[in-house]
Design a protein around this ligand. Structure first.
Ligand code: ADP
Ligand code: TRP
Length: 323
């Protein structure tokens, strides 16, 4: 396998935050040169939770612009919107007809979402079949995902095996997950995992005034200024490690242990480090925002390329099932 097809998707369910950047976007950008990478914005998946057209459009734009600003290079990879490749929904249906109910009933992600209060729509339930179609329709070899998505890749493989066995041939390629295990889970403002569902996110491209306010609102303990502060479990330090050079991190750790510096000052330094880390990307982002048509053209070009691959696989599948 000289140039493996790498495929991954991100749901446009919010404005990208620091957790998304370090947990998904940066690893994807780092992998874009190691194969024939296909990255897409999973807007069809987002429909299972986003119910406002304007919000969905805003999020898709934000993900596209932020991903490109952060270094996704459309000359190295294929970047597109999921819904611009309608073939994927046709494959979803065909796969649905042989996906056992039990396979979907076992999915943690569905159970977790119901436990969080989302209504149990058919789309939410069959979400892994759409994800399987996303992966299988591009003959993907490798699928980089977070640990939480590992089960969905297993489901994808099960569905592919079932299809191949049912129709007697190697029609669908079995993908391998690439689990991002060395990527730390970033804590949010309240110390829990940074997640838009906890409303504890830091959006690196927010206006600087707002960004500063967010960072200043990080929850800290009540250790008096002059006393040493605990390093273990510190949200400020966890975030600082992601954005600051190692020497600066060591210095902040030393000052935590020494005492005499207040949390306010540490937060100010964290704010400055976030701004510095994202400055070149922020500038690039401003250019992209001023060139909406250019961004749209990138997504359209990516979709045309992706569609060509998708059509080939779908033809194979249609033929196998007798359509
Ligand atoms: P959210 O929790 O805000 O809803 P998603 O579940 O949509 O975020 O995550 C999109 C991607 O970003 C996933 O690949 C996930 O692994 C990554 N990610 C999200 N939050 C974090 C975090 N706090 N730390 C590291 N990675 C994260
Ligand atoms: N379900 C993934 C998530 O929530 C997003 C996604 C949709 C995806 N289709 C995919 C990821 C195909 C990898 C491959 O993060």
């Amino acid at each position: 396998m000289s140039r493996p097809r790498i495929l991954s998707g991100i749901q446009p369910t919010g404005i990208p935050h620091l957790g998304n950047y370090f947990g998904m976007m940066r690893p994807a950008i780092e992998m874009q040169a190691s194969g024939d990478a296909y990255y897409f914005i999973a807007d069809l998946h987002a429909l299972t939770t986003v119910r406002d057209a304007a919000v969905l459009r805003r999020n898709v734009q934000a993900v596209a612009v932020d991903f490109l600003a952060c270094g996704l290079d459309p000359s190295q990879c294929t970047f597109f919107r999921q819904s611009d490749v309608p073939e994927v929904t046709e494959l979803t249906w065909i796969l649905s007809t042989l996906t056992p109910m039990g396979l979907l009933e076992r999915c943690h992600s569905f159970k977790d979402k119901i436990a969080r209060g989302l209504s149990a729509s058919h789309g939410l339930f069959s979400y892994p079949v759409l994800m399987a179609a996303d992966i299988l329709i591009y003959d993907s070899h490798l699928v980089p995902v977070g640990q939480d998505q590992k089960q969905h890749i297993e489901v994808t493989r099960d569905i592919a095996v079932k299809f191949n066995e049912t129709y007697g041939g190697n029609f669908l390629r079995l993908p391998e997950p690439v689990i991002r295990e060395n990527v730390a889970t970033l804590p949010g403002l309240d110390g829990r995992k940074m997640s838009k569902s906890y409303n504890n996110t830091i959006e690196p491209f927010a206006e600087e005034k707002i960004l500063r306010k967010r960072i200043m609102s990080i929850t800290t303990d009540s250790t008096p200024l002059e006393e040493p502060k605990p390093i273990e479990g510190s949200t400020i330090l966890a975030l600082y490690r992601a954005v600051a050079p190692p020497a600066d991190v060591a210095e902040m750790e030393r000052q935590f242990c020494e005492g005499g510096t207040g949390y306010g000052e540490f937060k100010q330094r964290l704010f400055e480090a976030v701004v510095k880390f994202f400055r070149p990307m922020r500038e690039r982002r401003a250019e992209l925002i001023a060139d909406r048509e250019g961004v749209e053209a990138i997504l359209k070009k990516g979709a045309a390329q992706a569609r060509e691959t998708a059509r080939g696989v779908l033809m194979r599948v249609r033929d196998a099932v007798g359509l």
